[in-house]
Design a protein around this ligand. Sequence first.
Ligand code: 16G
Ligand code: ZN
Length: 551
Amino acid sequence: MAQFQEVSKLSSQHPKPPGLVLQYGTAGFRSNAKHLDHAMFRTGLLATLRSKKTKATIGVMVTASHNPEEDNGVKLIDPMGNMVTAEWEGYATQLVNAEQDDLLIVLKDIIEKETVNMSQEANVFVGKDTRSSSVSLSQAVLDGVLALSGHSKDYGLVTTPQLHYMVCCQNTQGKYGEPTVEGYYRKLCQLLYSIVSLCVCVSLFVCFFFFFFFSSVQHAIHSFLPLHLSVDGANGIGALKLHEMESHVKSELQISVFNDGSKGKLNYECGADFVKMQQKPPTGMEMSPGERCCSYDGDADRIVYYYTDSEGQFHLLDGDKIATLISTFLKELLTQVGLDLKIAVVQTAYANGSSTRYLEDTMKVIVRCTKTGVKHLHHAAQEFDIGVYFEANGHGTVLFSEVAEEKIQLLTQDPNTNDERKRAAQLLQNTINVINQTVGDAISDMLLIEAILAIKGMTVQQWDAIYTDLPNRQLKVKVADRRVIDTTDAERRAVSPAGLQEAIDSLVKKYKLARSFVRPSGTEDVVRVYAEAETQESADALAHEVSLAVY
Ligand code: 16G
Ligand code: ZN
């Protein structure tokens, strides 16, 4: 077939280094950019097949997120903006690892197994981050789509969540929004305006209720507008996009962008991963005591907040604190509207023990723990009316079931609902719209957090004080073969090698409020060790002792 001749011809321009093996993991394919040209071309092929199979638009994002500038990676996005299924992850690994002469055999095998109708049209959206290698690598993806006569749309420089959003908009015929970057800003920012204006209404209402004078009402309005925030853009795509968005929110939110890529290197001593792992501010950021700051990662799907206090002490508000703020806000609104919707928070084993205790014991919210990796959290969150999921590293979002969305929308239109209830329903409705439900999104999460803080009249210090994190430490250990470690119970217990869990258990017993686990990394050739305890010294010592037990 002519189609396959084109694949042969173009694939010879993107040859596979013989013997190289890559694995499609939680972050897609990720490696040094030098090894990825063939993987990109072949991911373009597979995206085209997936599009034919699903009769929908598929996304391909070229990024290595928080990895160093020299690395790159690629990830497929399914029609509703989700990650691809496990089966197709398997096909991706098979196709990318096929030696040059076997490529067509493996390709035809996938077509046959999935009964792909090759005469079906295919559409693929492609996006890339700011890495210098992303230019040629995204071209390789486009070549792959072309080789199977698929249509492609190159969005160029976009954040990962923006591309997820475009794919979802396209496949829902605009129901989710308009599949353009401008449409994305308009959707997200308009909601900030209305959330803030509703907040003004709430302030007016509260002030009226307490018989405050008009002047104090004015004060209440002006005391939080515009909001001020310093953002570390990790010298990546997030910084570019914040500059693009600035004009949309000028009078509501003033953003000072640091590490915007004009001087520094991508993710180098900056970005959400650096700040979370090092528990210190990024370089290149000017911070005054008490000032609210946040960091994005290299593809802007993660966010963490922080501030320094008057003594210069650094305080981190990670994904757990964000999940707590958002779920508390949503739970309060649900109580106000009187809707009986099941809300849950989904975390991983990395969630700080204090956050889990606070959510379960004080907030009385259902908490679920899943394996690391967004798809696991996303999947678990789908089981509830409202599922708030966040990894401690700052990747997360909120999912609303169709039933929840319908009930909330009905309330906003119900003529028999009183004003206070209607306002709360309207806030819920606006919250739904500001959230990127396809995947964690630093820009969307930031706009929501800023709105919540404004509505609650809360400072970053008050948010931080909701609960106190247990001191913790993460270490990585290099071992001969990390796959000998197998885990169960959402990665909280090791089942192999024999004796390891017993060793961890007896070490944990030595410390107060202690917990520790080990798991093989899905993105690096290391074993990760996590420990928390009553004091930083204990957490450090426990992490060290557990890492010795791993050898
Ligand atoms: C990937 C995952 C992230 C997870 C991280 C863990 C996605 C989109 N990303 O970046 O959620 O926290 O891997 O890395 O799923 P690790 O396995 O090396 O600890
Ligand atoms: Zn990322």
